[in-house]
Design a protein around this ligand. Structure first.
Ligand code: ADP
Ligand code: MG
Length: 457
């Protein structure tokens, strides 16, 4: 198996200016996908790579016709997609099997909708179960199977309908390493040797190595909102060797592309899309903070200091066993606090960053406190707590404000991160039982070592 199937010239899927906004209970809409234009051709295995929460699943749902874009067009073989596309099938991260049906019944289910008769369904399903390594398990129930076996059922069910387009939403990320690796190789084998009639595969992932290992093209999305920031061919022959120089170089390069830009900052300035711009100015009043854990931040900065103050993000990630998705919030936090600069995949400590690494815990708290003075969310919290006679406010109050700017999930994550940081920096206390944020006596008087309390500039 040396090369991917032949690539045809008429696109299977064509997205033109696909934009998706989610309406919020109040007047603020959330822009998730911004002007996505993309063609996928028969013969291609495309990986769609982006940080979590960027809108990958949303895009996949739009492509398979399960959801409609707010603006823009989706064409399948040149025809507009107006409902669930019978030529597309989906494999989910969570397997999504029916627990009360046997393995065979789960696989047959897709064929019922296609109107095939009982015998056809049974023969076809049994053949697929065999192909995918599940013979002997026909009458078992999902709960009797390991995660890896359940995902095999997920694949068999998707393949049962002979999909032209096989969509997979992080299909390997709920599996342990070895199981995932086996399934990846087996799927590649089915695809490359044309044992399945599938014309194109679209795999959503947040794993860079996984994308480079499997796909022959990688489309990279930014976050807040999702835009296509790169579209790269993967010219490596199959089977790919993760240890080869070419493989490592390409992973390193994709890492640089993914980490090389800060779309939160950028989107506030850019105005090439007027409809998006209106939404963004509303949102810009409270910029999202990255979900960096402060203990991880300290660990990362110390590691980089040991390396002389600079290191490659890809190396750091693999050393700390962090996927780029988990590493990015930490490096973004380091940048937000002016402790490090990230450029072209390298992280370099600033003078303040060096000072931080050498400092004791109290001094570290002071440095973070000083940096938080410039973060709008903390100015808001501080202003509210100071203006109250009892210097206390329920978490719910801030949640409500945040939900005017972010989705419900995002608002919760923003607030939990803010509470974590604020407690570490001794800016305020939080009582988990009463869910109250409050200022203790010393915090009410606190002036950050001679500077005035947090205030609007
Ligand atoms: P990904 O798959 O890349 O992790 P998703 O497509 O699941 O991202 O979500 C992208 C963003 O859209 C997230 O901020 C999420 O909270 C938001 N979102 C997803 N579905 C809905 C919905 N039904 N209503 C409101 N917001 C949503
Ligand atoms: Mg998703």
């Amino acid at each position: 198996m040396n090369h991917a199937p032949h690539i045809e010239k008429n696109s299977l899927i064509r997205l033109l200016g696909v934009t998706k906004m989610y309406e919020q209970p109040d007047k603020y809409d959330i822009l998730v996908l911004d002007d996505i234009t993309l063609d996928i051709y028969p013969g291609e295995f495309v990986a769609l790579l982006g940080p979590s929460g960027s809108g990958k699943s949303t895009l996949l749902r739009i492509i398979t016709g399960l959801s409609r874009p707010s603006f823009g067009t989706v064409l399948y073989r040149g025809r507009p997609v107006t409902g669930p596309n019978p030529k597309a099938a989906m494999v989910f991260q969570s397997f999504a099997l029916y627990p009360w049906l046997t393995i065979l019944q789960n696989v047959e289910l897709g064929l019922v909708a296609k109107g095939e008769n009982l015998k056809e369904r049974r023969d076809k399903s049994l053949k697929l179960l065999d192909l995918i390594g599940l013979n002997g398990y026909e009458d078992a129930f999902p709960k009797e199977l390991s995660g890896g076996m359940r995902q095999r059922v997920g694949f068999a069910r998707a393949l049962a309908v002979d999909p032209e387009l096989l969509c997979m939403d992080e299909p390997f990320s709920a599996l342990d390493f070895l199981t995932a690796e086996n399934l990846r190789s087996e799927l590649l084998d089915l695809w490359l040797e044309s044992k399945i009639p599938t014309k194109a595969i679209l795999m959503v992932t947040h794993g860079i190595e996984e994308a480079v290992f499997m796909a022959d093209r990688i489309v990279i999305l930014s976050k807040n909102p999702a835009r296509i920031i790169a579209d790269l061919p993967v010219p490596l022959p199959y089977p790919r060797n993760r240890k080869s120089l070419e493989f490592i170089d390409l992973v390193d390069y994709v890492y640089k592309v993914v980490t090389g830009r800060d779309d939160d900052k950028r989107s506030d300035k850019e105005s090439d899309n007027p409809s998006a711009q209106a939404v963004l100015t509303d949102r810009a009043t409270l910029q999202p903070i990255p979900y960096g854990h402060l203990s991880m931040l300290s660990g990362l900065l110390e590691l980089v200091a040991d390396r002389g103050g600079q290191d490659d993000l890809y190396h750091l990630g693999s050393e700390l066993f962090l996927e780029v998705d988990d590493l990015l919030p930490v490096t973004e936090t380091a940048e937000l606090f002016h402790l490090a600069d990230v450029k072209e995949g390298d992280l370099t400590l600033t003078d303040l960053g060096r000072q931080f690494v050498e400092a004791d815990v109290n001094e570290r708290k002071r440095i973070i406190r000083e940096q938080l003075r410039d973060v709008p969310l903390f100015r808001l919290i501080d202003r509210v707590l100071r203006s109250k006679a009892n210097h206390a406010m329920p978490k719910e109050f801030f949640n409500d404000i945040l939900e005017e700017h972010f989705s419900v999930d995002e608002a919760e994550r923003q607030l939990m991160t803010a509470i974590n940081w604020g407690r570490f920096a001794d800016l305020f206390h939080y009582d988990t039982d009463t869910e109250l944020l409050y200022l203790a006596q010393d915090q009410q008087e606190q002036d950050n070592n001679g500077t005035v309390p947090l205030q609007e500039k």
